[in-house]
Design a protein around this ligand. Structure first.
Ligand code: ATP
Ligand code: MG
Length: 310
């Protein structure tokens, strides 16, 4: 449907990330709104610290490759990819616009979410991961700012900037290039592969489950949960908290199902951690009768409405 990049008119900036900028754009011909993610390339001999908004060709190509493959209601849809030569080169993804913004923004606006809403968020993210893992794709960067909400209140996974296809030969560049935000959601075996992985090479699927656990707990407590609130969030505290932090302070008020779900996700030994399949069957996401409605995961209509109206 979208034939030319020039048919898209930039209306506003929706967000900035490691790799580039995301704009809200208007497609004149269909008079529709889309989100346009623009990644600027880093030419090999120009990778100085003064250009933090640039990524390698390899990383951009991997993101494009994955976006072309995936098609699920739990994943933000990519309608077209354009390659331009302006500047040092750009890769542009035309995506469905998620009007409600990210879960990060929703948490900032509302601080905490109810268990019913969190349960639905967890179910949607796990269904998205079930789809991705089935395609042998490790997302690698599940965190609130990569979970987007649309006008219907549906939540979807976005941002395949550090994702990888298992067994594709490309080394799953897990480098988080100085990005504390991203490392905060990484599993022990990813932040400290030697200690936690041994010679048994994890495929990385369990790392996505860990991240779901951190996100779910953060939704309940209203702040990043693995280091104390007042603590200065430096690298050492963060890595220590992830690898050795004692069993989580889950609020007294949390239900036993919530507790058990989080424990299965935040099991430090990835071999013992719950799988996506197991967690989809967990009572916290499965047998829960929602106070709002008992609708299926495909119509979580209204549950995240607050985000849209925030
Ligand atoms: P990071 O490295 O920080 O994860 P990134 O450069 O990979 O970021 P994205 O995560 O894809 O970029 O997008 C950055 C932000 O832009 C998101 O957190 C979100 O707020 C906004 N955004 C991205 N895609 C969309 C979309 N389809 N609709 C609405 N907003 C979006
Ligand atoms: Mg992101």
């Amino acid at each position: 449907i979208i034939e030319n990049l020039s048919d898209l008119k930039k209306l506003a900036v929706l967000g900035h990330g490691n790799g580039g900028t995301v704009y809200k754009v208007h497609h004149q011909r269909s008079s529709s709104i889309y989100a346009l993610k623009v990644l600027r390339f880093n030419n090999q001999n120009n990778n100085n610290a003064a250009a933090p908004m640039m990524i390698s060709h390899q990383a951009a190509a991997r993101e494009a490759e994955i976006l072309k493959r995936v098609d699920s209601q739990f994943i933000v849809k990519c309608h077209a990819v354009f390659h331009t030569i302006s500047g040092g080169g750009e890769l542009c993804f035309v995506m469905e616009h998620m009007e409600g913004g990210s879960l990060y923004e929703a948490l900032r606006a509302h601080e905490k979410l109810s268990e019913d809403v969190i349960s639905r968020v967890a179910q949607c993210v796990l269904k998205g991961l079930q789809y991705l893992h089935g395609m042998k794709i490790v997302h690698g960067d599940i965190k609130p700012s990569n979970l987007l909400i649309n006008a219907k209140g549906e939540i979807k996974i976005a941002d395949f900037g550090v994702s990888r296809i298992v067994g594709s030969g490309n080394v799953g560049n897990a480098s988080c290039e100085g990005c504390m935000g991203t490392c905060a959601y990484m599993s022990p075996e990813r932040v400290d592969p030697e200690r936690w992985d041994g010679d048994d090479n994890a495929d990385g699927f369990a790392g996505d489950v860990w991240s779901v656990g951190v996100v779910v707990l953060e939704c309940l407590v209203g702040h990043y949960p693995l280091i104390g609130m007042g603590e200065k969030p430096d690298w050492a505290a963060l890595i220590w908290g992830i690898c050795f932090g004692e069993r989580l302070e889950i609020p007294e008020s949390a239900s036993p199902e919530f507790r058990s779900f989080v424990w299965r996700c935040l099991e430090k030994d990835w071999r013992k951690r719950g799988s996506v399949e197991e967690l989809l069957q967990h009572p916290f996401v499965n047998n829960r009768c929602f106070t709002t409605s008992c609708a299926s995961a495909t119509s979580n209509h209204g549950l995240l409405d607050f985000a849209f109206h925030a």
